[in-house]
Design a protein around this ligand. Structure first.
Ligand code: URA
Length: 247
């Protein structure tokens, strides 16, 4: 990011503060400051370095995060990641202005409407593709609550790399299952097929009654992040996504 410059009006418009015309009016009204000095010239170019967000203020408030944001959210039940499903979108949990950003903030993969837990969001397309790349196969761990007691043979069936889901022609990659109690298990997947966890348990005669994602790579959902809340990830947090999981 460092070294790249951008016009003030373009930066603020891309961050959702308004149209270029509205930014011009904000500047004329003295509402934009850099290091506490009022900025009048919206054509002024600013260097996009990480310190800029804390130096620039609009309406007396620190600037929103610069492009290149990565968020972790504790996705609550009942919100959807895709407009194809009915119900409120996860984006409705973000500040209103953040929903007008360009580049837009997208979810990194999806969780079903009735799945909760760790969801990543970013406006960084290259990072998004890296996380979901089948080549890297970032592990994702889910806690599944089940309708019936486990039979005892599920872990080796899931680990075999031969399980075929209904309607598919390619077996699943090996997945790791750890029993928590007779009706709950942790399942770690290295791929993300449609409704995969629910369909895997259905394939062994069970039914998932609750599903919660607890980690992606070595990044675990913090226990103090309440459902519906989100937090910005710093470079160390982002690198945990790609680090081997703690076993
Ligand atoms: N597997 C599912 O069945 N649902 C999800 O949301 C994620 C994984």
């Amino acid at each position: 990011m460092s070294g790249k410059t951008i016009r003030l009006d373009r930066l603020l418009a891309n961050l959702g503060y308004g149209s270029r015309r509205e930014i011009l009016l904000l500047a004329r009204a003295g509402r934009i400051r850099l290091d506490n000095e009022i900025l009048h010239d919206v054509e002024q170019r600013l260097t996009l370095d990480p310190a800029l967000a804390s130096r620039l203020s609009v309406h007396g408030e620190e600037l929103d995060p610069l492009p290149g944001v990565v968020l972790m959210m504790n996705k609550p039940l009942g919100v959807t990641c895709s407009r194809k499903e009915s119900g409120p979108l996860v984006f409705s949990l973000l500040p209103e202005r953040w929903r007008r950003r360009d580049p837009a903030i997208s979810t990194v993969g999806r969780l079903d409407k009735d799945t909760s837990g760790l969801l990543l969001l970013t406006d960084d397309g290259a990072l998004l593709h890296r996380i979901i790349s089948p080549r890297l196969s970032t592990p994702k761990t889910y806690r599944a609550t089940l309708d019936r007691p486990l039979r005892g043979d599920e872990a080796p069936i899931f680990a075999a790399g031969t399980l075929m889901l209904e309607g598919e022609d390619k077996p699943l990659l090996p997945a790791r299952m750890e029993v928590l109690d007779e009706r709950a298990a942790l399942l770690t997947l290295r791929e993300g097929r449609y409704h995969q966890v629910r369909r895997m348990f259905a394939a062994v005669g069970n039914h998932v009654t609750a599903l919660h994602r607890i980690s992606i790579g070595a990044l675990a959902l913090p226990s103090d992040l309440a459902p519906g809340e989100f937090a910005l990830l710093d470079a160390a947090g982002i690198s945990r996504i790609f680090a081997p999981e703690a076993t």
